[in-house]
Design a protein around this ligand. Sequence first.
Ligand SMILES: Nc1ncnc2c1ncn2[C@@H]1O[C@H](COP(=O)(O)OP(=O)(O)O)[C@@H](O)[C@H]1O
Ligand SMILES: [Mg+2]
Length: 274
Amino acid sequence: MTEPTFGKSGVEPAAPPTQIGGPRRISVFISKGGTGKTTMSANLAVGLASRGRRVLLVDADPQGGISAYFAIPPTPGLAELLSGDSIDLVKVRENLLVLTAGGKRLWSVARELENRDAGYDHLRRAFARLSDLDYVIFDCSPSLGFLNYNVLEYTDYLLIPVSLDYLSALEAVETVNEIRTSTELDEVRILGLVPTFYDRRTRMGRVLLKMIRDHFDSLVTESIIRTNTKVNEAPSHQLSVSEYDPHSYGAADYGALLDELEERCRRLEAPKPL
Ligand SMILES: Nc1ncnc2c1ncn2[C@@H]1O[C@H](COP(=O)(O)OP(=O)(O)O)[C@@H](O)[C@H]1O
Ligand SMILES: [Mg+2]
């Protein structure tokens, strides 16, 4: 079998953020569905909250994956916030609030905003009055359109879950290139590419993991999320995998990822030596 290739050159390592203070704003995004974005957003948000961090989890996907994960009934959310209407923040855990997408209406609201003017600072303005938070985590839809430009423009950090199949790996290269070359998104830092759906018994999984590491180098997290049925079952109980089965691989993987991400944030935010 020939080894698959990306056919693209490498990328620069992430530069440190220019903006310090306020909550850490993290978008979980890649231009591909089914790579574990919603799962990662929910598990990280619950994990951070259980560590005492004050977290707002924003469902920025009109499909409403986060509402489904936590079985939240229809609630005014991001669509209403962007329209200037009132919203409800839903408390799903101690320290964890959810802003729902506000349903499919989010697409039409985004389209209206896009038609009215250009500019990607709608979210920045809508979120300006948020305070007393340590993290804002956005679960994004898988396309780099107007809505996600707004989300990413407001974001400090981008987290890219890359499922270990060839098409997702290619999409990760595309997504990183798009972000890197977009003048509107030049403030966004890549916090990490996180390999997901890893199965070390399959050769393809091992080959793709090596390719991704060779290509993206230290942008790839040490932590890897393995395929684990407990991760898949947890949302049907509205639980994170660590709550559902603390002894599972999934719980171990997400625990390690949390440690690593907080450490990566600290490193990127540390003042540079003179
Ligand atoms: N590590 C994992 N092991 C097994 N199943 C997973 C894992 N991560 C996610 N899944 C499952 O894969 C499906 C797609 O995940 P999801 O988070 O919805 O992807 P996305 O938001 O990128 O479309 C869901 O059914 C989810 O439960
Ligand atoms: Mg999703």
